[in-house]
Write a new protein. Structure first.
Length: 289
């Protein structure tokens, strides 16, 4: 019943969003709301705000008027799968880097003092400006027959956004056990590694799962933005730009990749929910401890 209530709440939220969209389109000013020369609410024309049913119907129509053109939803799904694969690689890289940093900071307090400020500061770098630099650096890497691919730059940028919540969440979780439990381990002369595997890692699960979910969403965002910035072909970021340029003649088409990006983010978060279900027995740990 609890799961049904969650799904029902999610469906209700989508329904409310659709109703608000259509009500504003029907009742809002045609030129939007402008205050002091700044438009704070969008125009309600079909070009700026297509009807929801028009956007959904457009997904089943061909991408273009060319003979044999595939439906729009097929093109969006294919591009989303490409981006999902790259984001998954970035998430795995971020997972490894984040966990290693968290373990180092937990093991040595001096490392935490020295690394944590820089980890936080790293997230202030503008991603749009950083992505072309990463691609330029990657294109200069030559190791034998190895050749750097453009998708690797996108995966690296995705991992750059993914590692931060994992590092912070894992560190918080590794420091979560009660002092009395740590003292008990020391009284039995249990080493750091055994304490880590038997006490700290299980205690870190309730902190790590939300961090992994946030990292998955960040990896998807990073992959899409990096695809736009680096010009990588085949991903959903590329068709976002391509279809947006065609919005003046086909406004509903531009929303197809947006829907695809939303589903992509939900799929990434849902995969972490499955992981959380497998680790459900650790959810009994007191998060406030």
């Amino acid at each position: 019943m609890r799961e049904l209530a969650r799904w029902g709440a999610g469906a209700l939220g989508i329904a409310v969003l659709i109703i608000v969209w259509e009500l504003y389109k029907a009742l809002g000013p045609a030129d939007g709301l402008v205050i002091a020369g700044v438009r704070v609410l969008p125009r309600t024309s079909d070009l700026a705000m297509p009807h929801v049913w028009d956007m959904v119907a457009r997904l089943g129509e061909p991408v273009s008027r060319a003979d044999g053109a595939e439906p729009l939803w097929v093109a969006v799904a294919s591009a989303a799968l490409v981006t999902l694969g790259i984001a998954a690689v970035g998430w795995l890289m971020g997972l490894v880097v984040g966990l290693v940093l968290a373990l180092i900071m937990q093991r040595w307090r001096l490392a935490e003092w020295g690394l944590l400020p820089w980890i936080i500061l790293s997230q202030t770098i503008p991603l749009i400006a950083f992505a072309p630099v990463v691609r330029s650096w990657g294109s200069r890497i030559e190791i034998g027959a190895f050749e750097w691919q453009d998708w690797m730059s996108v995966a690296l940028i995705a991992s750059y956004l993914a590692f931060f919540p994992i590092a912070v969440g894992a560190l918080k979780g590794l420091q979560a056990p009660d002092t009395i439990h740590l003292e008990l381990m020391r009284s039995y002369a249990v080493g750091w590694w055994k304490t880590l595997t038997a006490l700290r890692l299980p205690a870190a699960v309730p902190y790590l799962l939300p961090a992994l979910r946030l990292a998955a969403a960040n990896a998807v965002i990073g992959a899409i933005v990096a695809e736009v910035s680096t010009g990588l072909q085949g991903g959903i970021g590329r068709i976002l730009i391509q279809y947006a340029g065609q919005a003046s003649g086909d406004p509903a088409k531009a929303w197809g990749p947006i829907f695809g990006a939303i589903v992509l983010g939900l799929a990434a978060a849902g995969s972490i929910a499955l992981l959380g279900a497998m680790l459900g027995r650790y959810r009994r740990v007191e998060v406030g401890a």
